[in-house]
Write a protein that binds this ligand. Structure first.
Ligand SMILES: [Zn+2]
Length: 432
């Protein structure tokens, strides 16, 4: 209690203090005074102080410049709210930049802005110091089965699907670690195979069966090609989304990160190369209420081709063009699809579309063993009749191209080929 009956309590610090004279109190305090029961609470510099009613009245008499001070407090308050809002929006956009890519990731829409003059894939280097010779089994890391072919691309594996073993497709190549420290940890550097940009970095080992992985996109004259580097132990700190990389830049170190984890003795680099199925993949996931931590760079949306065949082709051909390589891939099946608009895939890779612009009444697509659309065109009259009211009809299948373990995306039921559940998901992703 002060000499003039004034009480002041600093609530934030749970202690009480007294003021000797009311005239020493800054007038600005009273402009923020509010009644609370019998006390009047004032806010000042983040602390709350309380006064008796008598003192409150005295303060009001001091307020010759109260309107001016009130306006100042209002302006300062609004300023703080504005700064807070700006900081919040900056934080949100930074956070979304690392995880959720809406609607397109930088670079994914690059082909729409004009064709690059250079061909990033004309010169390729191997992603580690291992020389990728498919005849050298020491270069590749097989699965626990120990079968050398299980390290390669294609329908080379089986997986337990509850009711027994089923064919499992391996979308890349597994390159063994060549250098290890005394504890057996791999020391191999992982290199960018071509000039490009960092499209995605997943630094969380446990949220993908790729473990920690990096996706690069590379500008080729006919569209963007992706490369993927998975199971990394370490990702180089300089490898951040949107950053450009040069062929040979170190992206990280070979490891065994994955969900579920890979044993240390089978540590390897899983390497992929291919095309992006749909730039609206993330929206499709949301529409299906599917959990997706990786935006458009989820493995479902990345359709690979055999990396060893790409290196072999590039080695033989000085004017290597990735899209010519795709055009020469064997067709696993042909399908007729119902669609009002041409799929986004053919807008981003127009060189894979053949003939007249899409007429909106069905398209025919030739597909690789891995689900890569190799060529699309308007469906013929006969194909449209076959399609009828269906979403899709499988026209032709080459079982030889489907791989050693058979079906992937398509299945033969009672003598008729159709899409299996995985195939229907692939179709819906392509057409969304
Ligand atoms: Zn692999």
């Amino acid at each position: 209690m002060g000499s003039n009956g004034l009480r002041m309590g600093c609530i934030n610090h749970s202690r009480s203090v007294c003021l000797r004279a009311d005239r020493e109190l800054p007038v600005i305090l009273y402009t923020r005074a509010v009644h609370h029961g019998k006390k009047i609470f004032l806010a000042n510099h983040g602390a709350c102080v309380s006064f008796d009613s008598t003192y409150y009245l005295r303060l009001m008499k001091l307020g010759d410049h109260s309107r001016l001070y009130g306006a100042m407090v209002l302006v300062v308050g609004l300023g703080l709210v504005f700064v807070g809002l700006v900081l919040y929006l900056c934080f949100r956009s930074k956070e979304s930049g690392t995880q959720n890519m809406e609607p397109l990731t930088p670079g994914l829409d690059l082909p729409l802005m004009g064709r690059p003059a250079t061909n990033a894939f004309q010169h390729l280097m191997f992603p580690t110091d291992q020389v990728l010779d498919r005849n050298d089994p020491d270069v590749f890391q097989p699965t626990a089965s120990g079968r050398p072919e299980s390290a390669l691309f294609g329908s080379v594996r089986t997986a337990n699907h509850g009711k027994g073993l089923a064919a499992s497709f391996h979308e890349g190549v597994d390159i063994a670690a060549a250098q290890r420290d005394a504890a057996g940890r791999p020391q191999d550097a992982v290199y960018a195979v071509a000039n490009g940009a960092v499209a995605y970095v997943n630094a969380v080992a446990g949220n993908s069966n790729y473990g920690k992985y990096v996706v690069l996109t590379h500008a080729c004259p006919s569209g963007l090609v992706y490369t993927l580097y998975a199971h990394l132990a370490v990702i180089s700190p300089s490898v951040t989304r949107g950053r450009s990389v040069k062929s040979g830049d170190v992206l990280g170190i070979v490891g065994h990160t994955a969900n579920p984890p890979i044993p240390l003795d089978r540590a390897h680099l899983h390497f992929e190369v291919g095309l992006i199925l749909n730039a609206r993949f993330n929206q499709w996931c949301r529409a299906q209420k599917l959990k997706n931590d990786h935006g458009n760079f989820n493995g479902w949306n990345l359709i690979g081709v055999d990396p060893l065949a790409v290196f072999e082709h590039q080695h033989q051909c000085p004017d290597f063009d990735f899209f010519q390589h795709i055009a020469a891939l064997p067709v696993a099946f042909e399908i007729v699809l119902s669609a009002r608009c041409r799929p986004d895939f053919f807008d981003r890779y127009p060189c894979l579309w053949e003939g007249a612009p899409y007429q909106g009444v069905g398209l025919q697509v030739a597909v690789s063993e891995d689900g890569l659309p190799i060529k699309g065109r308007n469906a013929t009259e006969l194909e449209r009749r076959l399609l009828g009211a269906h979403k899709s009809v499988v026209l032709r299948v080459d079982p030889g191209v489907l791989g050693r373990n058979g079906c992937h995306l398509v299945v033969c039921r009672r003598g008729l080929w159709c899409l299996d559940r995985e195939g229907e998901k692939w179709r819906d992703m392509l057409m969304y």
